[in-house]
Design a protein around this ligand. Structure first.
Ligand code: ASP
Length: 438
């Protein structure tokens, strides 16, 4: 018998109907021994996530505004779930405890964590699994840094005591026992940590889409699903905007070599996407795995005669971005030119100061600024050492009449990143998709 860790995201546990679905999923495979849950998410588009409501309570407490109404909405949602599912969890008593804690200036992390805590209690009771709290098991140091090795060891020992258990996602604790959360969407991370501590054969991440698609369905009509993907490709695609899984969830699974299976709670028969190590993903792939991208980058093109022989020039330029705490996305370069690509949102009103600092620190001959550039990454381990891939890509863009402003290929040959004007973004994505997938 194997072990699977099944993590269910907010929409999968949004109400009693969804929780009934997850019971069917969990009980249909005896390997699904450990379950990690998010707080209830949205039941419909205009609904509120429980976590957002809890953060709102905290903001109201901080501003001495009455928070009872919002808090009552949260309580009512949990009470309705417990009632419909017929579980014996004292919701009113739990909310009394939380109300009492709210009197003494609770931390945002404590309040936010209560969504996962209560949901895990209800779901554990409904599944007949043990409830295992994350406090004292998912460990952070006193500065709030997550401690992976310590967590793995402590959690492993605890899981060994439970044949089947439900754990709340999203939070753990400081050494003194106070609650510390991961960043938003962090239950994905807890799921990966539990999978690692349980030496699981598979980390199933149940959400509301049937895995990754080869392109954004808002741009490409009915794009194909990606059935298999390597951890590295996932990183490239998520970095460029394809978001299904929290990026920090990859490390614990990858380190323990546990495949991640993205599945859809509302379509449990769909196989979803499996994310594995490079060697296991390589055999089954086509030329490209996926296309992702985003708009609104700025390119600063710097020219200086004899730049290529001037020691330290690029460092001086880049130090300006460091001074302003701005991350640099790409640095394509020529003999005497270098372009620096950064997300436009970071520049805002700083651009004049940055140019002045460039002039002071590096004395370039000219600086040109192009706004409104979109970046598109075409990703695939199948591209490496295969001739003709870029010819096909650039040919397709030429045929579509798209002007390419920047080209950057990673040395792993796993991606080709191009820059086009914002207005050409959608057409470019469609042209690339059609060239490779049809
Ligand atoms: N409930 C938390 C959030 O909304 C964590 C999670 O769902 O993963 O960010």
């Amino acid at each position: 018998m194997g072990v699977k860790v099944a993590k269910f995201g907010g929409t999968s546990v949004a109400d009693a109907i969804q929780i009934e679905k997850i019971k069917k999923i969990v009980t249909s495979d005896p390997d699904r021994r450990y379950v990690v849950v998010s707080a209830p998410g949205k039941r419909f588009d205009s609904d509120n996530k429980i976590t957002d409501l809890l953060y709102l309570c905290k903001a109201q407490i901080d501003h001495n505004a009455p928070y009872d109404q919002v808090f009552q909405v949260v309580q009512d949602r949990f009470a309705a779930m417990a009632l419909t599912l017929g579980v014996d969890v004292d919701i009113a008593g739990k909310f009394e405890e939380i109300r009492a804690a709210l009197q003494d200036g609770p931390s945002a992390d404590y309040i936010a964590s209560r969504g996962e805590y209560l949901n895990a209690l209800i779901i554990a009771a409904y599944l007949g699994y043990d409830f295992v709290d994350a406090v004292g098991l998912v460990l952070f140091d006193k500065k709030g840094k997550y401690l992976h090795e310590e967590t793995r060891e402590t959690l492993k020992a605890e899981l060994a005591k439970h044949e089947k258990a439900v754990l709340p996602g999203f939070y753990g604790s400081y050494p003194d026992g106070r609650i510390k959360t991961f960043s938003r969407g962090g239950s994905d991370i807890t799921g990966a940590i539990v999978a690692s501590a349980a030496d699981a054969d598979m980390y199933e991440n149940w959400t509301d889409v049937s895995g990754f698609l080869m392109a954004d369905p808002r741009i490409v009509k009915s794009p194909k699903a990606i059935s298999r993907l390597s951890y590295m490709e996932l990183r490239e695609l998520s970095y460029m905007g394809a978001s299904v899984l929290h990026e920090n969830a990859i490390y614990p699974a990858r380190q323990a070599n546990i495949p991640i299976n993205i599945r859809n709670t509302n379509d449990p028969d769909a196989p979803g996407t499996i994310i594995t190590a490079e060697e296991d993903a390589r055999d089954s792939v086509g030329i490209i795995t996926g296309i992702a991208g985003s708009k609104d980058f700025t390119v600063m093109a710097v020219y200086k005669n004899m730049m290529s022989t001037e020691v330290g020039f690029i460092r001086r330029l880049l130090s300006v971005f460091e001074d302003y705490n701005i991350p640099v996305e790409h640095i394509p370069s020529g003999v005497d030119t270098v372009s620096i690509v950064v997300a436009k949102s970071y520049l805002e009103d700083k651009i004049t100061d940055i140019i002045e600092d460039f002039e002071r620190k590096a004395q370039p001959d000219s600086i040109e600024v192009f706004d409104d550039m979109a970046l598109i990454a075409t990703v695939g381990i199948g591209m490496a050492s295969r001739p003709g891939v870029s010819a096909r890509l650039f040919g397709a863009l030429y045929d579509a009449g798209i002007n390419i402003r920047m080209i950057d290929q990673g040395s792993s040959e796993m991606n080709i990143i191009i820059g086009v004007e914002n207005k050409d973004f959608e057409n470019a994505v469609r042209a690339i998709y059609n060239a490779f997938v049809g």
